[in-house]
Design a protein around this ligand. Structure first.
Ligand code: ZN
Length: 155
């Protein structure tokens, strides 16, 4: 932006629906986020990609199929599904129970080390990702419909 030029701030909040098929699963959503940046016409700014879930994460990593398998196995080793978890013990648990409650404490524990969001700079109308960086929704629970918020702010 040149000195003396009045800049108009562009902001937008979008929700992407992502259908997952298994867990753990890395779903590459990079193109969908880039399309939103282009639709908004933002040339320079920031994008926050945020999952509205406690058992689905947002992470940046490399989309190489064997690596994705490695990372899925890593998450399974970190918090195996078949351990005992108090959150899964519906005989003692009384809090936050829903009619379709599933035992998913392993997914919450895996989410703990991943996280709910990533922030990516926008330069010259493109996500300023490195050569191997891709944005993933990481499903940790079971096949589900997931909501990802994409907030774009820039000029
Ligand atoms: Zn739960």
């Amino acid at each position: 932006m040149r000195a003396g030029t009045a800049a108009t701030l562009i902001t937008g909040l979008h929700t992407l629906s992502v259908r997952t098929e298994r867990a753990p699963q890395f779903v590459d959503i990079t193109e969908r986020v880039q399309e939103l940046v282009e639709e908004m016409g933002v040339k320079q700014g920031i994008v926050t990609v945020f999952t509205r879930h406690t058992t689905a994460a947002i992470r940046i990593n490399e989309n190489e199929p064997l690596l994705l398998s490695d990372m899925e196995e890593f998450l399974k080793r970190l918090a195996p599904k078949d351990l005992y978890y108090r959150h899964n013990d519906f005989g003692i648990r009384t809090c936050n129970m829903t009619e379709d409650e599933c035992p998913n404490a392993h997914a919450h524990c895996q989410h703990l080390i991943l996280g709910a969001s990533e922030t990516i700079p926008v330069m010259e109308g493109k996500l300023a990702l490195g050569r191997w960086q891709r944005i993933f929704l990481v499903e940790l629970d079971r096949p589900r419909e997931r909501e990802v918020c994409v907030q774009i702010i820039g000029f």
